[in-house]
Design a protein around this ligand. Structure first.
Ligand code: CUA
Length: 316
């Protein structure tokens, strides 16, 4: 029963997947319980005193009390000790979080409107999915391409702003394999809420194989495109089923007539799709503002670009 109350009402925390997560939660619980105890105790005593020392008659005089040295000492010393303890415990964890071990696996993180790119020590690149080894310290070196973002992995209990003007850092040691969500927690424009990624914790050998494997994307083009559509963050702004999102839906674009803000029209073909990926502002679809999308010029291999076009083509 008490455990249920704790898990469901007091401390609804995501899974503890990093080495320090349990300690972070312990301190959070400790502060919550102390605060709850003080709130209830002080309110109860206040209500009791209001009743106990109420005026009982017109002429009644209460005793004139100036202070009580013992009480005042107790209620000053105990909270001071609690505060010092909370600071000490919090500082220990904070200090650890700021001091990555020298042998940490380093991964570059690039935030952009609206997605995440990753680059591993072998030069292998990826988007939308960050793969890290289990039980090994991982250090992220982060930079933004445009505005300020913030990299947040709740299950690892880490969060750090990602800036355009300077590098920032994060590190953690995963203790559980599995997939965990990554969020952007700095409002960064229209598709901020769609700026998601996935953290994948795998066994160290699997990680080594992963970063050594060259971009052997031997998928059929439309399937490669479908994968990239999620990884590159396209899915945050464009729907593929005709439903409304921030940017035009890509359902039935290919082979169908598209109308633009300047009144011109064309039937969607490969050239139009390629132009829209590499130079999104060249033609603005009617009903949408300009500058919604960044250019993907230089960010896609030829094969990837062809894959995306093949995938969009298949949405009919
Ligand atoms: Cu990036 Cu919010």
């Amino acid at each position: 029963m008490l455990q249920w109350i704790h898990d469901n009402l007091i401390s609804r925390m995501p899974v503890q997947a990093s080495e320090w997560a349990a300690r972070v939660d312990w301190l959070n619980d400790f502060i919550t319980y102390i605060s709850a105890f003080c709130t209830i105790a002080i309110t109860a005593v206040m209500i009791y005193f209001m009743w106990r020392y109420r005026r009982k008659s017109e002429t009644q005089q209460t005793e004139y009390i100036t202070h009580n040295a013992l009480l005042e000492t107790v209620w000053t010393v105990i909270p001071t000790i609690v505060c010092i303890f909370v600071f000490w415990y919090g500082f220990e964890v904070y200090h650890e979080q700021r001091t990555p071990p020298a042998n940490a696996e380093e991964i570059l993180v690039e935030g952009y409107q609206w997605g995440w790119n990753f680059e591993y020590s072998t030069g292998k690149k990826g988007s939308g999915e960050l793969v890290v080894p289990l039980g090994k310290a991982t250090r992220l070196v982060m930079r933004s391409k445009d505005v300020t973002h913030s990299f947040f992995i709740p299950s690892m209990r880490v969060k750090e702003d990602v800036l355009a003007s300077a590098y920032s850092y994060l590190w953690f040691t995963p203790i559980k394999t599995g997939e965990f969500p990554i969020f952007c927690t700095e409002y960064c424009g229209l598709s901020h809420s769609g700026m998601l990624a996935k953290l994948k914790v795998v066994e160290p050998e699997v990680f080594q194989d992963f970063i050594n494997e060259r971009s052997a994307e031997d998928l059929p083009p439309a399937e490669l495109g479908k994968k990239l559509f999620t990884q590159k963050g396209c899915i945050g702004c464009h729907s593929v089923d005709g439903s409304a999102k921030v940017c035009p839906s890509l359902y039935q674009i290919f082979g169908h007539e598209v109308e633009f803000a300047d009144g011109t029209k064309l039937v969607g073909d490969e050239n139009y799709l390629e132009e829209s990926i590499l130079n999104p502002n060249a033609k603005i679809v009617k009903g949408y503002p300009p500058n919604l999308m960044q250019s993907y010029k230089g960010q896609l291999e030829d094969k990837e670009l062809a894959g995306l076009i093949a995938y969009i083509k298949s949405l009919k």
